[in-house]
Design a protein around this ligand. Structure first.
Ligand code: SDX
Length: 427
């Protein structure tokens, strides 16, 4: 018999199994709690709740550790490639040279989208937020590709996963092109995943586009840093949508919608806008005081995290990448100095120290993306592009779990108890 947790509720004492993972906190298995006690647990923000078993990504928030299938994010960012990380997340092991080559070929051959998909863009205003366009167009993919939507068939699940990973850069680039009134640029299968995305985004039919290797490498690394992150809000959204057996493309559209929020993936856009509002370092103290003021809804965007109570290891790599991109493009952005100073002052402030608030993945990413040439509104689109592999890997893991059930939380009801209808004439 494994460890047990004793719970006394409503005059009853019950034993609940304690389950151990390969690393990280134990979990108390409460699946029989309601049947045995008539009580639910209550955890609206899931601050103490494990929603599933997973072997994909492990985060130790206290130590600032992030592992994908056991490999530290710092090593993957330094030594791997985004498509290799995609293979790792989908298959569980690093690929051989042959396996990687085959996977890259497969993804490359799925980069084009159905030609009719192009017509979806023309229904949007040119100034539509590109995340609104992504929600709509990725959702529209569910009206295509009917040969890969039988989720009970692992082969079809795999094809749908490859299509999503391959087509997100194409659709993201199309959303950008539509916003600037330039023609869509078709994928170029001679290029790398990141290089192809840069060309589809910034290339124009009127001239050759030259991929800058240092920018291509930075782009690929930024994709790696955003690939997956345990059961974050958008991943949990994809899992919940998928638990009903919904179309995989529609599930990913649901994840995009959730990621858009400024408390989640939208923070990279909000963070650069905040840095622009702050402007120069002398204005930082005022904003730090606002962030600490309970009566002021302002928060330091790109700071704090539900899990990390230490430095987000992705932010470390991101900060290093700022310098590499600045050197490669021979640019500078005074907002980088403002960001460095903001981090320094915030991290020495008792409020941030006590609440263990550190920069997260979104704090420096916008400075890099802006230097490369992306408008602020595209930042979360790039996050969605990269997180698609995490979403599909987590979705596959859930659908492939023989014990998988539809997600259906309960509640603490605090509304009116039963009462009789009062006819209008009597009110
Ligand atoms: C991502 O989950 C993931 O893994 C997400 C992600 C991923 O890869 O998928 O890592 C990507 O979403 C990163 C987070 C991006 N969001 C932001 O940078 C927005 C700013 N951060 C905050 O909104 C906040 O930190 C959250 C939303 C990220 C986390 O919020 P929690 O876990 O619900 O924590 P909380 O709001 O309860 O904060 C705890 C305390 C509060 O003070 P008290 O009520 O206890 O007095 O810290 C304060 C908060 O007011 N606080 C902040 C703050 N973040 C938290 N105060 C000022 N500035 C901040 N940024």
């Amino acid at each position: 018999m494994g460890d047990q947790a004793k719970l006394s509720v409503g005059g009853k004492e019950i034993d609940l199994p304690v389950l151990k993972g390969s690393v990280g906190p134990d979990v108390i298995d409460i699946r029989k709690l309601y049947a045995q006690t008539g009580a639910f647990t209550y955890d609206p923000g899931f601050t103490s709740t494990g929603s599933c078993e997973s072997a994909l990504t492990y985060i130790d928030g206290d130590e600032g550790v992030l592992l994908h299938r056991g490999y530290p994010i710092g090593q993957l960012a330094e030594q791997s490639s985004f498509l290799e990380v995609c293979y790792l997340l989908l298959n569980g092991e690093l690929p051989s040279q042959a396996e990687l080559g085959k996977f890259e070929h497969t993804i490359t051959r799925h980069t084009m989208v159905h030609e009719q998909l192009s017509s979806f863009f023309s229904g949007f205003r040119r100034d539509a937020h590109p995340m609104a366009v992504m929600c709509g167009v990725v959702g529209a993919l569910s009206a295509f590709y009917h040969d890969s939507t039988d989720i009970s068939d692992p082969v079809q699940r795999r094809i749908a996963s490859h299509r999503l990973i391959a087509k997100m850069p194409t659709i993201a680039a199309m959303a950008y092109k539509y916003s600037v009134g330039q023609p869509f640029v078709y994928p170029d299968n001679k290029l790398s995943y990141a290089g192809n995305f840069l060309k589809m985004t910034f290339g124009v039919p009127a001239e050759e586009y030259e991929v800058i290797p240092a920018v291509e490498k930075a782009m690929d690394r930024i994709f790696i840093l955003h690939a997956d992150h345990e059961q974050n809000a958008s991943t949990s959204t994809v899992r919940l949508a998928g638990s009903s057996g919904a179309n995989p493309f529609a599930c990913i559209a649901a994840g995009i919608a959730c990621l858009w929020g400024p408390a989640h993936g939208g923070a990279n856009e909000a963070c650069l806008n905040m840095l622009r509002e702050i402007g120069t370092p002398d204005k930082i103290p005022h904003f730090i005081e606002r962030a600490k003021d309970k009566n002021d809804p302002f928060r330091l965007m790109g700071f704090g995290h539900r899990v990390y109570k230490n430095y987000d290891p992705r932010a470390t790599v991101m900060q290093q990448t700022v310098r590499e991109v600045f050197d490669a493009l021979k640019v500078n952005d005074p907002l980088f100095e403002t960001a460095l100073r903001l981090e320094e002052l915030a991290r020495s402030d008792p409020y941030f120290i006590e609440k263990k608030l550190f920069p997260n993945v979104d704090f420096y990413s916008g400075i890099i993306l802006s230097a490369i040439g992306f408008p602020t509104e595209m930042f979360t689109v790039l996050f969605a592009l990269a997180r698609t592999v995490g979403w599909v890997a987590q979705w596959n893991e859930m659908i492939g779990d023989p014990g998988q059930k539809i997600g259906r939380p309960r509640q603490l009801y605090t509304g009116p108890t039963e009462r009789d209808y009062v006819p209008l004439s009597a009110r």
